[in-house]
Design a protein around this ligand. Structure first.
Ligand SMILES: NC(=O)c1ccc[n+]([C@@H]2O[C@H](COP(=O)([O-])OP(=O)(O)OC[C@H]3O[C@@H](n4cnc5c(N)ncnc54)[C@H](O)[C@@H]3O)[C@@H](O)[C@H]2O)c1
Length: 396
């Protein structure tokens, strides 16, 4: 499908950076929000992002030409000739319902609707329209103009043509566009959730300190430690995601209670200047770990009997195990899994490469040993067992 004009609905954090991704590839882009003030705030953000591109070498003339491709709007009157809409309004199902009903009224019958939802069902969103075959998940990562991954998620009724058009659009934006079957948190955030939660358990049980855990993860394969990442996104957002995953997947996603404690004490991370780390009032730069954690850790428990000393593999084995569950459920192609994790999270090697490196039989042995101590969080994935029984040394 030829995409000549795109509309982004919602000009907040994601909408404005998605718009920058679009205009940098030459797409005329409507940017719609609820009123002039919110549209203006989106435009200000776009100007800021373009300026940082100019600082890095984009010519002022080119930046101006890109900026001219933005068509600000507070209604749907200009949506009639739009080929592709990307919805990025807050994660509230009633709000999305109204937006998709309105889009269905105002847009051409052939227009495709992509939703940037992180957790809501694409099938449910599609059912708000009379064109569920033309509704697809288009899950960008923050900041969308820089992050290289977009997950393309078909709902139950989404057509092949719609999926292909979404993948083509993602590729035309210079992204790795990976098809992911609909499941809670989709692919990357599902695997990320297992790893972050395990880092919180390690901290809560006194197995590793904030610095030890983050340093070990960075030395291994990550661009940022799990606790620094939690601080960056906000522990309140992290808690909502952790609870959602627990509700959808059950005990293997049991959230470590330290997160709830942090939220109760308003230790949300960078936005409150205090989380696992402390941050400078003005610059938001990290200025050391948070001494208030010590008291929380004492209250929460201490080392469990028989717990092995901290080992970075403990953080990644749940992610590896979840990767095998994802493959078992055919959520994505095996070849896409590591590249998606690398593009979405900046990992230097993906979980399947790590599994081969550790050795599949060794992974299973370690997961089984941790299963004896920690229960469900380490129940081995049946597919991992099958690979080991078949004497395979690699999944790829
Ligand atoms: N923030 C992230 O890191 C991230 C990452 C991936 C996906 N997402 C998803 O992207 C979506 C948007 O998240 P965000 O962080 O950009 O939210 P945000 O709150 O920063 O922005 C949402 C914008 O939508 C606007 N809006 C509300 N109702 C509207 C309507 N009827 N028409 C037009 N605009 C409307 C709001 O005024 C606001 O400007 C959510 O579904 C979220 O789950 C967020």
């Amino acid at each position: 499908m030829q995409v000549n004009k795109v509309a982004v609905v919602g000009s907040g954090t994601m909408g404005s950076s998605i718009a920058v991704a679009l205009i940098s590839r030459g797409y005329p882009t409507i940017l719609k929000d609820v009123d002039d003030k919110t549209v203006q705030s989106g435009l200000n953000n776009i100007d800021r992002l373009l300026k940082s591109r100019v600082d890095k070498g984009l010519s002022a003339k080119e930046a101006e030409a890109q900026r001219a491709l933005i068509l600000p709007s507070t209604d749907y009157a200009t949506f009639a000739d739009v080929d592709f809409v990307i919805e990025a309004v807050p994660e509230i199902i009633e709000l999305k319902k109204k937006v998709f009903e309105d889009l269905d009224e105002w847009c051409n019958v052939d227009a495709i609707f992509g939703s940037n939802t992180s957790s809501l069902s694409i099938t449910q969103i599609g059912a708000f329209t009379r064109r569920p075959d033309k509704v697809v998940g288009l899950h960008f990562f923050n900041p969308a103009h820089l992050m290289k991954l977009v997950e393309v998620i078909p709902g139950l009724e989404t057509s092949h043509d719609t999926v292909n058009s979404a993948i083509e659009l993602g590729i035309s934006l210079g992204k790795l566009a990976v098809r992911v079957e609909e499941c809670a948190s989709f692919l990357v955030n599902r695997l990320l959730g297992r790893y972050i939660n395990e880092s919180l358990w390690c901290l809560q049980e006194g197995v590793g300190s904030v610095e030890e855990i983050d340093k070990a993860a960075c030395d291994y394969v990550m661009p940022i430690g799990p606790l620094a990442l939690r601080d960056m996104n906000g522990s309140d957002v992290g808690l909502a995601v952790a609870r959602f995953n627990f509700q959808e997947y059950g005990d293997r996603f049991l959230p470590a209670s330290i997160l709830e404690e942090m939220v109760k004490l308003n230790l949300l991370g960078q936005k409150t200047k205090e989380g696992f780390y402390k941050y400078d009032e003005n610059t938001r730069k990290r200025i050391g770990t948070n001494s208030r954690l010590a008291e929380i850790l004492v209250r929460l428990g201490g080392i469990r009997d028989g717990a092995p000393p901290f080992d970075v593999e403990r953080l990644f084995l749940p992610m590896i195990n979840e990767a095998f569950l994802v493959l078992q459920e055919k959520v994505c192609d095996v070849q896409d899994l590591d590249p998606a994790m690398m593009a979405g999270l900046g990992m230097r090697r993906g979980p399947l490469a790590l599994a081969s490196e550790i050795g599949l039989a060794e992974c299973l042995r370690k997961i089984e040993a941790l299963n004896q101590i920690y229960g469900e969080r380490f129940r081995p994935a049946p597919l991992l067992k099958r690979y080991v029984w078949a004497n395979r040394t690699s999944v790829l």
